[in-house]
Design a binder for this molecule. Structure first.
Ligand SMILES: NC(=O)c1ccc[n+]([C@@H]2O[C@H](COP(=O)([O-])OP(=O)(O)OC[C@H]3O[C@@H](n4cnc5c(N)ncnc54)[C@H](O)[C@@H]3O)[C@@H](O)[C@H]2O)c1
Length: 316
């Protein structure tokens, strides 16, 4: 690329939660951004603030079909991410991960673009080791109701590494752990958005299991910063790299913090744990610290305040 020429960046799933924040950040950094989305879980409202930007372009497209564009970098985020959505049409979920990855890798091969895969901590399944390092190979049930997502993402990782070995592609694989923030889908059943919406509506907060299971929540701005750093890393840095917040919180504790921050008097109710739900999930981020100089900066309360403010607007 010559001097003064803007980098052309493709973000698949760009109208989704993470994708919309990524598009915003890339535009701020001076890139031309092409956002591709089929609006399965993504919403135009998420990218409304970008539509007047002359360096931003949106295309309605399903990544399970080939895409022919000229591009320098690809962030492949297209995939429903919450159990409610990815289990709605499990065959389509696997197709999106696997055929979507093949199409984006094919595009990267033709255009010689760098390509980053938004993988997930779900590749570790219900893990036997805590916290999880990237070397841990995971414990996924290939037959269970979550397999369309977990195995789809695992296969996408395989494809990324085979394209590198076979075709010399410049690849990056990020294993993203639980991330939250403004523009999360209010109905996606994820614990943070669930609790906030229930608290703001003065409904009971539903805790699945006994609430002692832990989760580690990363604020969206931190996560996006990690993705940008990974893409900018030298070509020999392929990952996989865990990106997440290693501070563990019990789910019951999260419910209480949200009640306090929203000033809600909702009660907490306990329901049975869904099938294959991991009891503990926490990233070891030593690799991200070492090779990307990255670690989360936003603490849980601060991140929750921003998220609550976002959800409070349409609800109040
Ligand atoms: N948010 C998290 O905590 C988290 C954790 C781990 C991994 N991830 C990964 O990050 C990516 C983005 O997640 P998110 O939380 O923003 O979810 P999201 O559902 O908000 O975003 C996914 C986007 O992909 C789009 N999409 C789905 N199928 C598509 C298809 N076939 N063609 C084109 N677009 C399609 C959706 O419409 C949506 O805009 C996903 O790949 C997800 O697996 C997210």
């Amino acid at each position: 690329m010559g001097k003064g020429v803007r980098k052309r960046v493709l973000v698949t799933g760009g109208a989704g939660f993470l994708g919309s924040h990524l598009c915003t950040r890339l535009l701020r950094e001076g890139c031309d951004v092409l956002c591709v989305d089929n609006y399965f879980t993504g919403r135009r409202a998420n990218i409304l603030h970008l539509l007047d930007d002359p360096h931003f372009e949106v295309m309605r497209h399903d990544v399970t079909f080939p895409l022919y564009v000229e591009i320098d970098e690809i962030y492949n985020l297209a995939c429903p991410a919450s159990p409610i959505h990815y289990r709605f049409d499990p065959v389509q979920t696997t197709k999106t991960s696997v055929i979507g990855a093949i199409n984006m890798l094919g595009l990267a091969k033709r255009t010689k673009a760098k390509v980053l895969q938004a993988s997930t901590s779900e590749v570790y399944g219900d893990p036997e080791v805590h916290p999880q390092t990237e070397d841990y190979r995971g414990r996924v049930n290939p037959l269970g109701p979550r397999a369309c997502y977990d195995e789809g993402k695992r296969c996408a990782e395989t494809l990324f590494f085979d394209y590198r070995r076979q075709h010399g592609l410049r690849i990056k694989v990020a294993r993203i752990f639980n991330t939250y923030g403004p523009r999360m889908h209010p109905e996606d059943g994820r614990v943070v958005s669930n609790f906030i919406v229930q608290a703001l509506r003065r409904e009971q907060l539903t805790v699945f299991g006994d609430g002692r299971q832990t989760r580690a929540f990363c604020y969206v701005d931190d996560l996006i910063d990690g993705l940008i750093r990974l893409m900018a890393s030298p070509d020999d840095v392929t990952g996989p790299v865990n990106l997440g917040n290693p501070v563990e919180v019990r789910v019951a504790e999260l419910a209480e913090v949200i009640l306090r921050l929203t000033g809600s008097r909702s009660a907490i109710v306990y329901r049975p744990l869904p099938a294959d739900d991991p009891v503990q999930r926490c990233p070891d981020i030593s690799r991200a610290r070492e090779i990307l100089g990255w670690e989360p900066r936003v603490n849980l309360e601060e991140g929750l305040r921003h998220t609550i403010a976002y959800f409070a607007e349409p609800l109040t």
